[in-house]
Design a protein around this ligand. Structure first.
Ligand SMILES: [Mg+2]
Length: 318
C-alpha cells in the first residue's frame, strides 16, 4: 500500500465505533480480523458500480456514498441478515479530496445508522467505479432464500414499484430535487433491512428488486419451481408513475424498471401480515399468489392475462 493510499483511507475512511460488531483488527493492516459470534453464520455479497453504467456521470458524491451502500444493504435485507462489516474499493481518475470527503460523509451516514463497520479499503487510479463487499450475520441455519415459495403462498412487495425507474429518467435529464419522490427513490433508496429481519422466521422466499419486479420475481419462481399470477390493480404505484404509464401507453412499464431496492417475498397462504411482530403493514402490499403453472402472469383489469417472463420484454397471451 503506498503512503498516499494509506493516508486517503486514514483521512476519509477510518471511523471507530463500539456499536454492532467491531472488528478485532480493522482498517490499517494487511487483512481485517473478525470474530463471528457463536451460533451465527456469515452472509456475504459483493457489488461493483461503474460510472455511466450503474450511476450517472458527475453524480453527487454524498448521495452516491449512501446509494452504493444502500444497494449492498438491500442484498443483506433480502436474506434477512443483520449488517456487520463492509469493505470498500474506489477506483478514480485522480485523487479528489473534496469528492472523497463528500462520498465518505454519505457512506458513513448510512453505515453508522446500521452499526456497520468499515474493515478495509483500497484506492486505485482509473475510471470511476466503486466495489463493496458487505457481510452480515444470520442465526445458524435461518435465512431467506429465493427457493422456498410454495403453491398457494401470498406474494408481497414493499414500498412502491417503478418510482426509481421514473426517478432515473428525471435524473438523466438533470433532475436533482430530492423532494421529488421519484428522484429520491432513485438517488437515495431505502434499504429494507428491518423488514428483511422481521421476515426471517416467516417468509417462504425473498429477493430484493434490483433488475425490475418481473425479472426478480421470476428468479424466485425459477428457484422455487413454481409460477404466479399478480393482480395488476394491486401493484403499489405512485400517481406520477401511473401518469407516466399513461403518457407512454404502457401499463406494464413498472414491472420492467430496475433500481427499486424494495423486497418481494412470499408468505404462507393463511398468514396475516398484520399479525407479524415488528412489521408495519402499510409498507407492504399483497400483489398476487404462487401457483403450480410455471410462468409469471399479470391479470389486467379487463380480465386479460399478460405473461411476463423477462425483465425487459412482455407479451399478451389473453
Ligand atoms: Mg439482490
Amino acid at each position: 500500500m503506498s503512503t498516499s493510499e494509506f493516508s486517503i483511507i486514514k483521512e476519509f475512511f477510518t471511523v471507530e465505533s463500539a456499536d454492532g460488531f467491531p472488528p478485532v483488527v480493522g482498517v490499517g493492516d494487511d487483512c481485517a480480523i473478525l470474530d463471528v459470534p457463536a451460533n451465527k453464520q456469515l452472509a456475504v455479497s459483493a457489488d461493483t458500480l461503474v460510472e455511466g453504467v450503474h450511476f450517472l456521470p458527475n453524480s453527487n458524491p454524498e448521495l452516491l456514498g449512501q446509494k452504493v451502500l444502500a444497494v449492498n444493504l438491500s442484498d443483506l435485507a433480502a436474506m434477512g441478515a443483520t449488517p456487520a462489516w463492509v469493505s470498500l474499493a474506489i477506483t478514480m481518475p485522480a485523487i479528489d479530496k473534496a469528492w472523497l470527503s463528500s462520498f465518505s460523509k454519505g457512506f458513513f451516514s448510512l453505515a453508522n445508522k446500521h452499526q456497520l463497520h468499515l474493515i478495509g479499503g483500497d484506492t486505485t487510479r482509473g475510471p470511476l467505479s466503486i466495489t463493496i463487499n458487505i457481510m452480515g450475520l444470520l442465526p445458524t441455519k435461518k435465512r431467506l432464500l429465493r427457493s422456498g415459495a410454495q403453491v398457494g403462498d401470498q406474494i408481497f412487495v414493499s414500498g412502491s414499484i417503478g418510482s426509481a425507474g421514473l426517478g432515473l429518467k428525471k435524473a438523466s435529464s438533470g433532475g436533482t430535487d430530492l423532494s421529488d419522490a421519484d428522484i429520491s427513490a432513485y438517488l437515495n433508496p431505502i434499504s429494507r433491512v428491518d423488514l428483511g429481519q422481521c421476515l426471517l422466521n416467516v417468509a417462504t422466499s425473498c429477493i430484493d428488486i434490483s433488475d425490475g419486479l418481473s425479472a426478480d420475481l421470476n428468479h424466485i419462481l425459477k428457484a422455487s419451481g413454481v409460477g404466479a399470477t399478480l393482480i395488476h390493480e394491486k401493484l403499489p404505484v405512485t400517481m406520477s408513475v401511473r401518469n407516466h404509464c399513461k403518457e407512454i401507453d404502457d401499463e406494464l412499464w413498472p414491472y420492467a424498471t430496475g433500481d427499486d431496492y424494495e423486497l418481494c417475498f412470499t408468505l404462507p397462504k393463511n398468514m396475516r401480515i398484520d399479525a407479524l411482530d415488528g412489521l408495519t403493514p402499510d409498507c407492504v402490499t399483497k400483489i398476487g399468489e404462487i401457483e403450480e403453472v410455471i410462468g409469471l402472469r399479470i391479470k389486467m383489469p379487463d380480465g386479460k392475462q399478460v405473461e411476463l417472463n423477462k425483465g425487459f420484454d412482455h407479451f399478451y397471451v389473453d
